[in-house]
Design a protein around this ligand. Structure first.
Ligand SMILES: Nc1ncnc2c1ncn2[C@@H]1O[C@H](COP(=O)(O)OP(=O)(O)O)[C@@H](O)[C@H]1O
Ligand SMILES: [Mg+2]
Length: 340
């Protein structure tokens, strides 16, 4: 299946059983990820980005559950896989780098031992051979003096070095898809840039596809080929990065871009996306129609009746908004002015 995309997600839905019925946290999400491509997943906190990532790795636990048509990894549907079968894929064909490496690393095992464990979990290989491979991986993620560092425990490493170890573990079995959930949020700006460059470089070398979750549009501009914007668990816009940043179409995307601290002015301070008035609704309070309508300066009655369908735009893009034409020409949301 050489021609199949690395990942193809069809109708992915994440629900939580709740007293009053099911709560839908991710709603019928479709997207594809080609080999060697980086797709950024953006949206404010609570939009369903992490759950999407966890769903791909089979890590949504009860009371959560997945529904949908398919999650195709290298052409093979893994949506229904459970237990051991899913565990074998995880780290092997699809791997994840978490936001806070300290919580994902085992504090009482040396970093070398953890990489060896990751390798041996998926491959029949002798301990000495796995050890050599682990040293090579540490070297590959640019950990200086890897042979000596091998026996260090996670707490002896800086945040950036720990994230490099996480990347080494993720790479241990050359996955087709690498999911990175805000991989640099906990790091300072210089280290952030180095880690993201490392991910880019490894992607080029291995041909892996990368799903990069971030709230930083500067990161999107530099590292993503395409962008998928989520709001309230739904895809609201998906475009090539340059198109999205130049001519965002969904009012939510426009709000995110307007809320972004200006380059050069933010001095490394990455503002949280709080400038769009209002908040992401909780799962119990999702509006019936467009989920962004309560915060949208362009919303009309029709937006509140039914969720708008995704409409194709431009080269492979799509937008779920009834007001695209109005959004194109409006001046709203630029720093809060003109939002009437
Ligand atoms: N275990 C859970 N039980 C119930 N609701 C959850 C659970 N995990 C996440 N949620 C809800 O699902 C929504 C999406 O969460 P998440 O994917 O973590 O958002 P993001 O990563 O975009 O910040 C949020 O409203 C969150 O409160
Ligand atoms: Mg998250």
């Amino acid at each position: 299946m050489v021609d199949a995309p690395a990942l193809s997600v069809e109708g992915l839905t994440v629900k939580f059983a709740d007293r009053g019925g099911d709560l839908t946290a991710v709603s019928s999400l479709d997207f594809e990820l080609a080999r060697g491509e980086t797709l950024a997943l953006v949206g404010e906190s609570g939009c369903g980005k992490s759950l999407t990532a966890l769903a791909l790795l089979g890590l949504v636990n009860p009371p959560g559950r997945l529904e949908g048509r398919a999650i195709r990894l290298d052409g093979r549907d893994i949506l229904g896989l459970r237990g051991e079968a899913m565990r074998r894929l995880r780290g092997n064909r699809i791997a994840m780098i978490f936001q806070e490496p300290m919580t994902a690393l085992n504090p009482v095992l040396s970093i070398g031992a953890q990489i060896v464990e990751a390798i041996r979990e998926h491959e029949r290989i002798s301990r000495p051979a796995a050890r050599e491979r682990a040293v090579a991986l540490l070297d590959r993620v640019r950990i200086p003096d890897p042979r000596r560092r091998f026996d260090d425990y996670p707490h002896r490493l800086s945040g950036g070095m720990r994230q490099r170890v996480m990347i080494a573990i993720a790479l241990a079995c050359s996955p087709s898809v690498l999911v990175a959930d805000e991989p640099t949020t906990a790091l300072d700006v210089t280290i952030q840039a180095q880690i993201l460059e490392l991910i880019d470089e490894l992607k080029r070398e291995t041909g892996a596809a990368v799903l990069l979750i971030t709230h930083d549009l500067g990161v999107v501009a530099e590292h993503a080929d395409r962008v998928l914007v989520m709001y309230g668990g739904c895809k609201v816009e998906e475009r090539a990065t340059a198109d999205l940043l130049r001519t965002p179409l969904h009012p939510y995307t426009r709000g995110l871009i307007a809320a972004r601290p200006r380059l050069g002015v933010d001095n490394g301070f990455r503002a949280r996306l709080t400038e769009i008035p209002g908040m992401v609704p909780s799962l119990r309070e999702m509006p019936r129609g467009c989920r962004f309508a309560p915060r949208c300066p362009l919303a009309i009655d029709a937006c509140r009746i039914a969720a708008p369908p995704l409409i194709p735009v431009g080269a492979g893009g799509s937008v779920a908004c009834l007001r695209i034409e109005e959004s194109r020409v409006s001046e709203f949301a630029s720093g809060g002015a003109g939002a009437s």
